[in-house]
Design a protein. Structure first.
Length: 435
């Protein structure tokens, strides 16, 4: 079995460990920021207390993967032959090593994924035995948790393992799990929505192409999958899904436990469900307007009425970004090329043109520009994936790439168990001078 990616990763780990050790030993008491009572009560928003080198959310450039913006990432990574989008496997190489892989390196990783993608039959048996009305995210989380018995880390830890080597079986778990997720996700979709008509994986296809094949959706949905998994892979460490994965793994729970927990966090309406909520809202707008694509003036009137009634326009605004989300822009470019006449996209296009100026005029939004959720559901619907509840499973497959990369590096650098300190309300009142 080829070791190119693993050997490259180990060399990176050995280079990085002294940097972390020096920061702790020589600069551990350096003050990074001050925490306010509002941050203590308000979900720790903005508190600088996590470390990741996998991705960074730049307020002006959007998410950077290992320093590369999304346009730079899409342009630099090797493309699947005959496709517009890069290999997901090559993107994972970038997340792990910080380097753009060569064609040979991408092919090696793709082969490695193919060798590992066999899903144990007991997973499918379990899924078939769940109640028919089980939510797809519940099924996805349970399937991942069920495979925990396969964990190399759990096995090696029981046998006795040097702390400096924790990353090694964690790496094995990550690749084993990531290789299987597309088939598990596609199986859930076909079982639940296509009368159990399962499509077997194709051993000759890359991760994105094989997922589209198993979903039973023709080209260019393979490129949709590659783009979707890449764009949703990581978003710093502070969002609920990424933070949950880090938190659970910090207890030395293996990758299967951590990613199953990550999926549970992603399932929340304030996190991973946003794309389906936006699409549902747009379809409601279409119904109110009789399905006719409105002029910009008519849409402006509708948006103002929405805002003046105390409602919001979903899909616009972001806690950090101060420009159009590059993830939105990448999907918009795809839509303009492949589905410019799609009726839902036409509504999205008009909203893109009229909403930001209105939000600026209203003066309440720090960022009036669209985020990724304003676009992603539209593409899925266009290609026949109309089951809202499944959208977050797609999100989960992509997000696992970034979280797995983070967990491997957490173990490599010996990050400790996460354990923030709580204060009572009375203590906060004392700090505030309230008697």
């Amino acid at each position: 079995m080829s070791k190119i990616l693993k050997e490259k990763l180990f060399s990176k780990i050995e280079e990085w460990r002294p940097r972390t050790a020096k920061l702790l030993k020589e600069h551990g008491d350096t003050v990074v920021g001050n925490v306010t009572i509002a941050q203590v009560i308000g979900g720790m928003r903005g508190v600088k207390c996590l470390t990741t080198d996998i991705s960074y959310l730049d307020p002006m450039e959007g998410i950077r993967f290992r320093g590369y913006t999304i346009p730079e990432t899409l342009a630099a990574l090797p493309k699947v032959p005959g496709a517009e989008m890069p290999y997901v496997e090559g993107f994972f190489y970038l997340l792990l090593t910080g380097e753009i892989p060569t064609e040979a390196e991408v092919n090696e990783v793709a082969d490695e994924f193919n060798k590992r993608k066999h899903v144990p039959e007991y997973v499918f048996t379990m899924l078939r035995n769940l109640p028919e009305d089980s939510h797809p995210m519940t099924m996805f989380s349970l399937a991942i948790g069920a495979m925990q018995k396969e964990s190399e880390f759990a096995k090696k830890y029981r046998e006795g393992l040097n702390k400096m080597d924790y990353w090694d079986p964690t790496y094995e778990d990550a690749l084993n799990l990531l290789a299987k997720l597309p088939q598990v996700a596609a199986f859930i979709y076909r079982l639940k929505y296509k009368n159990g008509d399962i499509i077997d994986p194709d051993p000759h296809l890359d991760m994105g192409g094989n997922f589209a094949h198993m979903m039973g959706i023709d080209k260019p949905y393979d490129d949709v999958s590659r783009l979707y998994f890449l764009l949703h892979s990581d978003h710093e460490s502070g969002n609920v899904s990424a933070h949950t994965g880090h938190l659970v793994a910090s207890a030395l729970s293996d990758t299967y436990y951590a990613i199953s927990a990550m999926i549970n966090g992603l399932a929340g309406p304030l996190h991973g469900l946003a794309n389906q909520e936006v699409l549902r809202w747009i379809q409601g707008v279409m119904e109110q307007m009789g399905g006719e694509v409105p002029t910009e003036e008519k849409m402006k009137e509708f948006v103002w009425n929405t805002l003046n009634s105390g409602q919001v326009v979903p899909g616009f605004g972001h806690a950090v970004l101060r420009k159009t989300d590059p993830r939105y822009a990448a999907q918009r470019d795809f839509c303009l090329k492949h589905l410019p006449d799609d009726p839902i996209f036409k509504y999205v296009d008009v909203l893109y043109k009229v909403v930001p100026p209105i939000l600026v005029e209203q003066g309440k939004a720090k960022n009036p520009w669209p985020n990724v959720d304003a676009q992603s559901g539209v593409i899925q619907w266009h290609y026949g994936l109309t089951e809202y509840d499944f959208y977050t499973v797609l999100f989960g497959v992509g997000r696992a790439l970034g979280v797995c990369a983070n967990i491997i590096w957490d173990r490599a650098l010996g990050y400790p168990i996460e354990r923030p300190k709580s204060l009572t309300t009375a203590m906060l009142e004392d700090v505030a001078g309230i008697k």
